[in-house]
Design a binder for this molecule. Structure first.
Ligand SMILES: [Zn+2]
Length: 255
C-alpha cells in the first residue's frame, strides 16, 4: 500500500511537471490578462495586428491555438487573396525561425499569404544579411512585432551541445553562435533532453537580447516600444508555441 501511494505521488509530480510543457501555451494568467488573451478565443483581427504589436502577439497565440487544437482555418490563401497581394505587403510579424522542416511558420501559427515576414536558418542563428532583412521589415514594411522562434529537439542546438571536433564546412559558424547558450545549459548538469531544451530556450533569450540591442535601428525602436521583440519555443509534439514569459514581461507595457 505504501508503495502504491508512493507511485501515485510520483505520477502526480511527473504529470504536473510535464503536462504544462506538452499541453499549453503556458503564459501566466496575469500576462494573458494584460495582453487581452482570452480562454476559448481563437480569432484576432488582421488589421489591428498590423497596427498594434501587442495585438499581433495575441493574433499569433490564437492562430497557434487553432493549429495545436486541430482547428486551423488556413486564412488568406484563396485566389482573391493572392490577387489582392499584388499591390504590396504589410506583414504583421517578423519571425526569426529555425530552418527545421518540422517548424513551418505559417502552418503552426495558422496564418496566410502576406502575414509573416520570415528568415530561417539552423538554430535561427543570425548574421548581417538577417539583420538587414529584419530592419527592412521594420523600416520599410512598418512591421512592429518580431518573434525569435526556437523549437525543442533542435539539431543545431544539439550540435552545439556536443561540440564536435571537426564540424563540416560552415556548420562551425552555427555552433560558435549557439555555444554560449549550450555552455550555460551544460553548467546546469541536467539529463540530456532537459539540457538540450534548456539550451534551446537560452539560445532564444540570447537572440532576443541581441536584437533588442542591435544598433542602429532595432535598439532605438525596441527601447521606445515602437517595435516589440519577443522569444518563443515550439513544441514538436503538442504543436503549441510557448512564448517565453520573461521576454514578454520585459516589454515596455509591463514596466
Ligand atoms: Zn532547429
Amino acid at each position: 500500500m505504501k508503495n502504491l501511494f508512493k507511485s501515485l505521488f510520483l505520477i502526480i509530480i511527473f504529470y504536473s511537471t510535464i503536462i504544462p510543457f506538452v499541453n499549453g501555451q503556458e503564459l501566466s494568467s496575469a500576462v494573458q490578462k494584460e495582453l487581452g488573451v482570452e480562454e476559448g478565443q481563437y480569432f484576432a483581427d488582421r488589421d489591428s495586428a498590423y497596427l498594434d504589436p501587442y495585438y499581433g502577439l495575441k493574433k499569433l497565440i490564437y492562430g497557434n491555438r487553432r493549429f495545436a487544437e486541430d482547428k486551423s482555418i488556413r486564412p488568406r490563401q484563396t485566389d482573391a487573396d493572392l490577387k489582392s497581394n499584388e499591390a504590396g505587403q504589410s506583414p504583421f510579424a517578423v519571425i526569426i525561425g529555425c530552418a527545421d522542416s518540422r517548424v513551418p511558420n505559417e502552418i503552426i501559427f495558422d496564418q496566410g499569404v502576406g502575414d509573416l515576414f520570415i528568415t530561417r536558418t539552423a538554430g535561427q542563428v543570425m548574421a548581417e544579411a538577417s539583420y538587414g532583412t529584419i530592419e527592412y521589415a521594420v523600416e520599410v514594411l512598418k512591421t512592429k512585432l518580431i518573434v525569435v522562434l526556437g523549437h525543442e529537439s533542435c539539431g543545431a542546438v544539439d550540435a552545439a551541445m556536443k561540440l564536435p571536433a571537426n564540424p563540416p564546412g560552415h556548420v562551425v559558424t552555427l555552433i560558435n553562435a549557439i555555444k554560449p547558450a549550450s555552455l550555460r545549459a551544460k553548467a546546469e548538469n541536467l539529463p540530456a533532453k532537459e539540457a538540450l531544451n534548456y539550451a534551446v530556450k537560452e539560445n532564444v533569450i540570447e537572440q532576443v537580447n541581441l536584437l533588442r540591442s542591435l544598433e542602429p535601428v532595432l535598439s532605438r525602436k525596441s527601447d521606445g516600444g515602437e517595435v516589440l521583440i519577443v522569444g518563443a519555443v515550439y513544441n514538436l509534439q503538442s504543436g503549441y508555441v510557448h512564448f517565453i514569459e520573461e521576454t514578454i514581461t520585459s516589454l515596455p507595457k509591463f514596466n
